[in-house]
Design a protein around this ligand. Structure first.
Ligand SMILES: NC(=O)c1ccc[n+]([C@@H]2O[C@H](COP(=O)([O-])OP(=O)(O)OC[C@H]3O[C@@H](n4cnc5c(N)ncnc54)[C@H](OP(=O)(O)O)[C@@H]3O)[C@@H](O)[C@H]2O)c1
Length: 342
């Protein structure tokens, strides 16, 4: 392996190749010219025998099983948490690297949780499984880290506005179906979400816990602390599902350790790889979910000082299927190749 060159072809598996994230992983592997030798498209037995497209070629989908990973260098997991739990260790056992998009391994001390622009060194300690943060966490930490490096961060209050594709294809299908129902003059019927998502905003992403927070909110808290290496970082959050197909938005109120002006905040955000500032209130210019759809950058706007304190407000959007999922996962693989780790 030591002699392996970055451009030598790798054998790649995509688990969940028929899903919302899996489809984007397939597209971006080709778009980013990742050195794919052989591509294995894996899903459940429901989709076995169907085809997905990779780099202009039809690939037959196979049911994922331990043997699917014989000879695999990188396996991108974008299926279910329970599948990652059983099959990611099978990849590691066979000498490959599983890059997991599910929640399963994120807080495991043996597993790096990586956003390549922020903590790539964590990859050096990998043991065959690397975890990708939640789609909401990635946009959040990408906007926070430049400010933390400049001025330290004491606390953050964040409210997210999350697209339905963050729940995968079932979320997209529910919004499309309810939109058609409303167009026909019918009442929208909830099935996947507990209340209608069309024309609505639901202050619940995933499930409620006994303490009144949602599981999504607690992921955002714990993952941020792990990625930034600040175990007691004070983050308080409300995650809201909105009828937007793609693109998570968030409003963030940030208390820094040292004084930070909005002007300097814009400068350090603009200088950070993967972040772009779009912020001109005098011309009604700010980034939106529509603007970020199909892009890999995290877009930041509305940077301003709080009226009642020295804290800073900002607005942040990212494509949950790209930087929030597929792009970040492929960047992890690219970084591992660059470092000679695979
Ligand atoms: N959507 C996002 O923005 C986002 C962002 C970050 C992380 N994630 C995470 O990424 C993962 C995939 O999410 P998604 O949004 O792409 O969901 P999705 O659209 O519902 O797709 C799920 C995929 O998993 C496959 N699958 C389900 N059960 C399986 C099984 N038992 N064995 C093998 N394959 C199975 C499905 O295959 P079939 O066609 O056979 O059913 C499908 O390809 C989840 O862990 C999710 O939490 C999603």
């Amino acid at each position: 392996m030591a002699d392996r060159q970055p451009n030598d072809p790798r054998t790649v598996a995509v688990v969940g190749a028929t899903g919302a994230v899996g489809e984007v992983v397939l597209r971006l592997l080709a778009e980013r010219n990742f050195p794919v030798g052989e591509l294995r498209a894996l899903a459940s037995e429901r989709s076995a025998g169907s085809t997905v497209v990779f780099d202009g070629q039809d690939i037959i989908v196979q049911e994922a099983c331990p043997e699917s990973f014989d000879g695999v260098d990188f396996a991108f997991f974008a299926a279910t948490g329970s599948l990652s739990k059983t099959l990611a260790p099978e990849v590691a056992k066979r000498g490959g690297v599983a890059i997991d998009k599910s929640n399963t391994w994120r807080l495991n001390d043996e597993v790096p949780l990586v956003v390549p622009e922020i903590n790539p060194d964590a990859l050096e300690k990998h043991k065959g499984i690397v975890s990708c943060p939640n789609c909401t966490t990635i946009g959040f930490v990408m906007a926070l880290e430049p400010l933390r490096r400049e001025a330290g961060v004491k606390s953050v209050v964040v409210t997210t506005l999350q697209a339905v594709s963050g729940s995968g294809k079932p979320g997209l299908e529910e919004l499309a179906r309810q939109t058609a129902e409303v167009d026909r003059g019918e009442a929208p019927t909830p099935s996947f979400y507990p209340q209608p998502i069309v024309g609505n905003a639901l202050p619940l992403c995933e499930d409620f816990r006994e303490d009144g927070y949602s599981t999504e909110e607690i992921k955002l808290l714990n993952e941020t602390r792990k990625i930034m290496g600040v175990p007691d970082l004070d983050v308080t959050m409300t995650c809201v599902r909105v009828p937007v197909p793609v693109g998570h938005s968030a409003t963030m109120l940030i208390e820094t350790e040292r004084a930070l002006s909005p002007e300097r905040a814009r400068e350090v955000l603009s200088a950070f790889p993967g972040v772009e500032v779009i912020d001109d209130p005098s011309a009604n210019v700010f980034p939106t979910a529509r603007d970020v759809t199909g892009r890999d950058e995290v877009l930041v706007g509305r940077v301003r000082k709080d009226l009642a304190s020295d804290r800073l407000w900002l607005w942040q959007v990212s494509d949950n299927l790209r930087k929030g999922a597929a792009t970040n996962a492929i960047q992890i693989a690219e970084e591992m190749v660059r470092r000679g780790l695979k």
